[in-house]
Design a binder for this molecule. Structure first.
Ligand code: 13P
Ligand code: SF4
Length: 319
């Protein structure tokens, strides 16, 4: 405990010394989320993380999350130093959509507007017309549909098919998925709902279709946190990474939160519902990178300029 307090106070000091701000995702270690908030940084979903890093005056942005979040910060802020506790923290959606294969897919469908989820590399974003996150994907696709555009969507198949169903848009889907959300099981969720019929079911749209269909609220991490605060229910079944429970419980201390099952028999598996790459962010590597600056995000300048256009479009659309 003493060791943790010592690490925390060194992190706070190092942030100040380095003119650095800490931006954290809801899925990372609660200690990191708390330090981010207490030091004037932010804890947010991927859209808000991008916005915050973009408007904060600090010369160094430290991103506790996964690599695409650090790359987004760098694309938007080339003049800033962008650090991460570890550059090894990736995402199965990013891994499952290699830039060269994606470029071939786009070349085969030149008549389609290319919309990519933020959970992609800078090189994939550079090939896109629009970048979206789960909190604005639906609105942006509706906007494009109203203009009569046909969409090529990548990489998350579940979010893609959910939006396709809700908007009726012509969308061609890349078949990527999130290894964490893919684990939520319909059968187990149905059993849990039978046990707690009063509970509201909250689901991140990276989950499989049958699970999404059972949801009372489908939304991004920030939208699910908002739902716990605003809905009258006392109990919630939550189908997303369990890192989110820290913020949900903090903002709604009187509500009961239940993890959605990740196995067909209704049992939960804590390690299954937690992203292994988000879990790579710890107090020790966070302190190390702020003090030494060695895990720095670099993005090739030509790629950066190309990736900036669809990212800017998203930020302008949601402003
Ligand atoms: P949000 O944009 O909802 O925070 O999602 C990011 C993510 O990686 C979900 O798995
Ligand atoms: Fe990627 Fe899934 Fe981890 Fe989010 S939870 S960063 S989508 S692997």
């Amino acid at each position: 405990q003493e060791e943790k307090a010592e690490l925390e106070s060194r992190i706070r000091k190092a942030l100040k010394d380095q003119d650095a701000v800490l931006v954290a995702h809801y899925y990372v270690d609660p200690d990191i989320q708390r330090i981010a908030e207490e030091t004037g940084g932010c804890v947010a979903d991927s859209l808000e993380m991008a916005r915050f890093g973009n408007r904060h005056p600090a010369s160094t942005v430290v991103v506790a999350g996964v690599k695409f979040m650090g790359e987004t910060a760098k694309i938007l802020n080339p003049e800033k130093r962008v650090l991460m506790p570890t550059l090894e923290a990736t995402c199965s959606l990013d891994i499952g959509c290699p830039a060269d294969e994606f470029a071939e897919f786009c070349d085969q469908h030149p008549d389609r507007t290319v919309v990519v989820y933020a959970n992609t590399s800078a090189a994939v974003k550079a090939r896109a017309d629009w970048v979206v996150t789960s909190s604005c994907a639906q609105a942006i696709v509706e906007h494009l549909d109203a203009r009569g555009e046909k969409i090529l969507w990548a990489p998350d198949q579940h979010l893609g098919s959910y939006i396709q169903k809700t908007t009726g848009t012509d969308m061609l889907l890349w078949q990527g998925s999130c290894i964490v959300h893919e684990e939520f099981k319909f059968q187990g969720l149905e059993d849990l709902k039978a046990l707690y019929p009063d509970a509201a079911v909250l689901v991140h749209p990276e989950s499989p279709a049958q699970v999404v269909e059972m949801a009372d609220v489908v939304g991004s991490t920030s939208q699910l946190i908002q739902a716990v605060q605003s809905l009258p229910n006392e109990r919630f079944i939550v189908a997303t990474d369990n890192g989110i429970f820290y913020k949900m419980q903090q903002l709604a201390p009187n509500k009961t939160l239940i993890e959605a099952p990740t196995a067909g028999n209704g049992a939960t598996c804590r390690s299954c519902a937690h992203c292994p790459w988000m879990a790579m962010n710890g107090l020790e590597n966070l302190l190390h990178v702020i003090e030494h600056g060695d895990q720095e995000i670099q993005v090739d300048e030509t790629l950066r300029e190309d990736a900036l256009k669809p990212l800017r479009r998203m930020l302008d659309f949601t402003a």
